[in-house]
Design a protein around this ligand. Sequence first.
Ligand code: ADP
Length: 453
Amino acid sequence: MNTAPTMFSKILIANRGEIALRVLRACKELGIATVAVHSTADADAMHVRLADESVCIGPPPARDSYLNIPQILAACEITGADAVHPGYGFLSENARFADILAAHGITFIGPSGDHIRIMGDKIEAKRTAVRLGIPVVPGSKGAISDDVTAAKVANEIGFPVIIKAAAGGGGRGMKVARTADDLSEALSNARAEAKAAFGDDSVYIEKYLGKPRHIEFQVMGDGKGSAIHLGERDCSLQRRHQKVWEESPSPAISAEQRERMGGIVAKAIGDLGYAGAGTVEFLYEDGEFYFIEMNTRLQVEHPITEAITDIDLVNEQIRVAAGAGLSIKQEDIRFFGHAIECRINAENPKTFAPSPGLITGFHTPGGLGVRVDSGAYQGYRIPPYYDSLIGKLIVHGRTRQECMMRLRRALDEFVVDGIQTTIPLHRDLVNDPDIAEGNYDIHWLEKKLAITA
Ligand code: ADP
């Protein structure tokens, strides 16, 4: 089933940390040689140690190394890599990078530059979703710049409304207007924030949903007009729009809803001619799904989907990019049990202030149904320059209850000394009655943190 595609002999991994390791593992299993790239701050990193070759691509700041396209191209030339896996973050959703690689005859393991571009502009993405038959949040048809149009749209859809940046990402450039009186100020604040963060002040208006869940569908397209879905992930537990804990299946979705929405999404992505892994994100409220955006890359939380489907998503990405197609059909996909991922960040678990530094002790949990993806080890010094995610704990069980039981045990076993991590927050969450019931929406965690602060 998973025979090695013959097209790639060497893959360069344009990333760092746990995701670089994740990709490296898939390459090893396929017998493909690997090249790690790293900044001077990451010379001792695990992804560098485990790769067949490594190239230093610049000083610590990401813009000079992991985002430095000429340096990464040079590393491809030097090592003779014939494909690049971008991981997530950094250059993974950079259409220009995908185009430049293609122009140099190097395969970008991901969708086409054009598909990245469409989904990277949220107004264009929403328009495309509508065209493909995916339900969207009611709102403006295009960009809004003046107060009069904003008021007209807001009155049509009804308050509260949310103003969002077309170029948005990471929850920036979003402002809520509760009433007509707030609208003008929210509009100008959102535009100013969008301009500062993305250099583009186009914004659009959507109905603000009061208590939605964040539900996203994993898709894989073969680039030839077919696509499959691998079920949903519930990522409602967020702080400042950043996911903290994810689970699959969602405690709020039935098998019928999964099949219906998954079918709509897979058909749409197939019709688009999309190649590789993608995630179609929805807000879900009162039984209805509303598209918010599509991520054209592998997600941090992909392992929970792998746990319940037993499908290696990176292996499938490589196969599709190599022209070998998907190894599975929709009817082959079975969903088994329940999986939860806890993001372990090097942060103070109460204030969330970053906590880089030397890890003096490191012991990861094990046992049935437990997976830890991390580049950390005892004696590793976490550099202060990058994202604070240092690992992911993924636990699988036959039922949600068994998964929670195992997660509680695994979190108790996890030891990270020398720095602060978010493990204590996860220990609180796993013992919370609302979480036990699966009873939470996208605002739940912020409310809990406000109470316990
Ligand atoms: P970004 O790309 O910046 O992450 P998204 O469109 O994915 O932006 O939205 C991020 C988060 O913002 C969502 O998960 C949700 O918590 C909140 N959000 C976005 N749109 C709405 C909406 N229409 N109503 C309520 N909350 C929203």
